[in-house]
Ligand binder design. Structure first.
Ligand code: GDP
Ligand code: MN
Length: 403
């Protein structure tokens, strides 16, 4: 489960991680109040107004309605209201969102920590996650933090360092010092960084996180080390023992179609392509998406209808797929193991009739128990449904209908 920057920062702070302080607001008026309060708490006179959405790249992103960026510096209390108005309620498009962007419901009013100027500060990158190959947590970090970490990874990969942690003994002092050293720090900042790394790792461990990404970690002009940004994902299987974190879930960030699918017991992930697919079993669904690509299409979704592909579920799945206006064809790929193919075929025919006119061609490939009977049922239904028994045939039919 992902949470917002402001929520992640509050969790980090609870473990003693130094953060860029801030107060969250829902309206431009609240933003001003938040700024006043923050001025009282920290003495800051400049503020950063930060859109709270579950996507990175906000600093370079643009709010469609106003042209504002998603992270904007307010050089004075009097600037906060207008800047917040330019962000709140709009749709923020970043490199990590789709073209529609994400609606901004909250802004974080944070203290400016880049005083007296950006040349006096240094931005680092730091993340913590599980290395699945070794089964160990790893801290990945770079002296080249900030908004272009993807470019650093691509062009200068030797500037990305890793420190793997032995689960038996935990993070060791020499490791934290090596991190501070590789980041080019000395004196007070070096000490601050080792403290930062220890508390960050304690937080990761303590909240059962699956991923932390802190970019930038800032060295301020007065040699403090603080988390300016926080991207925090929590292991959902551990949420039962963190009720407070579970309550941080923001339903407005959920994809409404995916949510509806979840309620219908379907495993659905929305994608950008043009071929809708309905499959039983996650592995077969992955293979089907590959087949679609090989035949010149792009999958519009991942959809696993599960073991019981009866008429009711097939109909729900159809309706889910048809909500996506990009869908130009639907490929149904069902393996009849426990479920009999002829029952699925009947389900497809019934669902088709119940929905009425389905505006796109459907290719059905049923393999397994009673596959031949199923093919016959489809072929004799008189509907705009193409049947195939082999996957190869199905792929060919997909490219024919797309052509
Ligand atoms: P992201 O673009 O979604 O990763 O959002 P960040 O929270 O990382 O903010 C983007 C950028 O805004 C940072 O990389 C900083 O360069 C800048 N920024 C963040 N906080 C401050 C601040 O307090 N003062 C100034 N001048 N810039 C800031
Ligand atoms: Mn960032």
């Amino acid at each position: 489960m992902n949470i917002h920057e402001y929520q992640g920062k509050s969790l980090l702070k609870g473990f003693g991680v130094a953060i860029q302080e801030g107060i969250v607001a829902d309206t431009p008026e609240q933003a001003v109040e938040a700024a006043k309060e923050l001025n009282k708490q920290t003495g800051t006179e400049w503020f950063v107004v930060k859109a709270q959405i579950h996507a990175g790249g906000r600093g370079k992103g643009t709010v469609t309605e106003t042209g504002s960026h998603g992270v904007v510096l307010a050089k004075g209390l009097d600037k906060v209201e207008d800047i917040a108005r330019g962000i709140l309620g709009g749709h923020l498009v970043t490199a990590q969102t789709n073209a529609k962007g994400k609606k901004v419901n909250k802004v974080l009013i944070a203290q400016d920590v880049y005083y007296p100027g950006e040349s006096e500060t240094e931005e680092f990158y730091m993340s913590v996650l599980m290395n699945r190959e070794t089964g160990r947590n790893v801290i990945i970090y770079s002296p080249e933090g900030g908004m272009d970490i993807e470019a650093v990874a691509e062009k200068t990969p030797h500037l990305i360092y890793k420190e793997e942690i032995d689960p038996q003994i935990g993070l060791q002092g020499f490791q934290a010092r090596r991190i501070a050293f590789n980041l080019g720090l000395s004196g007070q900042a070096f000490k601050e960084m080792t403290k930062f790394v220890f508390s960050l790792y304690a937080a990761y461990d303590g909240i059962d996180a699956s991923m932390f990404e802190i970019n930038p970690v800032l060295k301020t002009s007065d040699n403090r080390i603080i988390a300016v940004d926080s991207k925090v994902s929590i292991d959902e299987s551990a949420l039962y023992r963190h009720k407070d974190i579970a309550a941080m879930h923001d339903p407005s960030e959920d994809n409404p179609v995916e949510l509806e699918a979840k309620e219908a017991g379907l495993n659905y992930v929305d994608l950008d392509g043009n071929v809708g697919c309905m499959v039983n079993g996650a592995g077969l669904a992955m293979a089907t998406m590959d087949i679609i690509k090989l035949s010149g299409g792009e999958p519009a979704n991942f959809l696993d209808v599960g073991g019981t592909a009866d008429a009711e579920r097939v109909e729900k799945a159809f309706r889910m797929i048809l909500k996506d206006p990009n869908v130009k064809a639907i490929l149904i790929n069902i393996f009849g193991g426990i479920v009999r193919c002829d029952r699925v075929a009947q389900g497809v025919v019934d669902a088709y009739k119940s929905i009425g006119n389905i505006p796109v061609p459907i290719i059905v490939r049923l393999q397994g128990t009673n596959a031949e009977e199923a093919k016959k049922l489809i072929d004799e239904s008189g509907l705009d449904v193409h049947s195939a028994v082999l996957l190869k045939e199905a792929a060919q039919k997909v490219s024919e209908v797309l052509a």
